[in-house]
Design a binder for this molecule. Structure first.
Ligand code: UD1
Length: 422
């Protein structure tokens, strides 16, 4: 057990490079399974985070050879995949294990995973993934915790998603690369990470068009080969760091970002009073006295991302006046409210809406608990604004998606360290 101790109250100042995107690299790593050419695939800019390490273990359990060359460069050889199921413990460790369904089904004609179940941010069904695979010809069976899909031959189909699920769009895209004929995914999610998956698969030899719009067309079957690919920067880590500048009244320059991917976020931060400049691949954020925001609504891309809802809430606890945040994507993603309240934040919740009344300062000396990845990041941000000490327990959640967050913050002048919790 570890904890992060923060002595806050200092403005963060300095420069940082953004890491590769977790939500790009995870589906891309699953998509590697489709390459049966025997050639290596090199992934560059992979973030060194826990979810990537778990995905490496999942791939290795299937027979993939993984070499870590360091510096975010991972090499995969997928020549010898013969196993169609992964150990129960690995399925359970990470929801993204469900991404292997589409590509394994396409490669081997069968797959078995353990249902990823609910998690700390609410119920997270995979019915849309399964319906999509079924439409491509898979026979799905659910027995207890296990879900298996079998199809000796996948065929292209027209699939209309009930809602634009990121994971379902990606899973169906990957399966459709191995299906005979054309697949159309309608009401597809439009996240930049889906565009990245399309670019990656096309680079390896697939024929996919339309990612980034709500209709994606896949012509299969694609014959994939090896190659080298660099994943896009992580817009959620970048957004978190911009908010760290805002909450501490600091000034930071972020390099290796795609400002376009953060438009919904920078618009709201400007509205809250922050000064944000942008170039082609950089963003500079300066904190100013913050003002409250009415109606921050989380939405599918290009709306405000649910993954930045908790960090945004931390920021607004210190903004002058009242704010309201509506969590429209996940039904249980307001667990950080209770922890922020322990720190002196004034927040009330009704259904999916949180109303925040800004306070002058948060209270020192509190011990709070990270309940999930982004909630944990939000608590660290709030702690950076506290004049005094805060302890954030369960930082392992934060490690799922942020590479040594405390080291990044320390490089900007924050007093923050990780210690063993007794
Ligand atoms: C992905 C991201 C996650 C982000 C989320 C929303 C990855 C690895 N994770 O998660 O960081 O918070 O998008 O931007 O990319 N749903 C169903 N049935 C399904 C699938 C989803 O009802 O089969 C619902 C979910 O419960 C949720 C909504 O659809 O309410 C959106 O979920 P989805 O876009 O699928 O999120 P993930 O792909 O799990």
């Amino acid at each position: 057990m570890e904890k992060i101790i923060v002595y806050g109250g200092k403005p963060l100042v300095g420069e940082l490079e953004s890491d590769g995107a977790k939500n790009s690299v995870l589906p891309i790593m699953a998509a590697l399974i489709l390459n049966d050419s025997g050639e290596d695939i090199v992934i560059e800019n992979a973030p060194d985070i826990r979810d990537v390490r778990v995905m490496c273990k999942i791939l290795m359990s299937l027979g993939v050879k993984v070499t870590d060359r360091g510096g975010g460069c991972l090499v995969f050889n997928t020549a010898n995949i013969t196993t169609s199921s992964i150990p129960h413990s690995l399925s359970r460790e990470m929801r993204s294990s469900v991404f292997i369904m589409g590509p394994l089904l396409a490669r081997l004609g069968r797959v078995q995973v353990c249902g990823p179940g609910g998690c700390a941010i609410g119920s997270r069904p995979i019915d849309l993934h399964l319906r999509g695979l079924k439409a491509l010809g898979a026979r799905i069976e659910e027995k207890g915790e296990y879900i298996s899909a079998v199809s000796p031959l996948l065929r292209g189909a027209e699939i209309h998603l009930d809602l634009p699920s990121v994971g379902a769009t990606e899973n169906v895209m990957m399966a459709a690369v191995g299906a005979r004929g054309e697949t159309l995914i309608k009401n597809a999610a439009r996240e930049p990470e889906i565009v990245d998956l399309q670019t990656f698969l096309n680079y390896l030899g697939a024929d996919i068009r339309g990612a980034g719009t709500s209709t994606i067309r896949i012509k299969g079957p694609g014959l994939l080969r090896g190659g080298s690919y660099r994943v896009i920067p992580d817009r959620i880590v970048a957004g978190t760091l911009l908010m760290a500048a805002g909450i501490t009244g600091g000034s930071i320059l972020l390099r290796n970002v795609i400002p376009r991917h953060l438009e919904a976020v920078t618009a709201k931060l400007r509205e809250a009073g922050m000064d944000i400049e942008e170039g082609e691949s950089w963003l500079r954020a300066r904190g100013r006295p913050l003002k409250g925001l009415q109606k921050v609504r989380t939405q599918a891309y290009p709306g405000f991302p649910t993954d930045l809802q908790a960090p945004m809430m931390a920021l607004l606890t210190l903004a002058r006046g009242r704010s309201s945040i509506y969590e429209e994507i996940f039904d249980g993603r307001l667990k950080h409210v209770e922890e922020l309240r322990k720190m002196g934040a004034r927040i009330s919740v009704e259904g999916s809406r949180a109303d925040i009344t800004g306070v002058e300062g948060l209270l020192p000396g509190k011990v709070v608990k990270a309940t999930d990845l982004r909630a944990g990041a939000a608590l660290v941000l709030a702690a950076l604004a506290v004049k005094g000490q805060t302890e954030v327990m369960n930082p392992e959640h934060i490690d799922r998606g942020y590479h040594h967050l405390e080291e990044k913050l320390a490089s900007l002048g924050a007093e923050v360290m990780r210690v063993r919790a007794l």
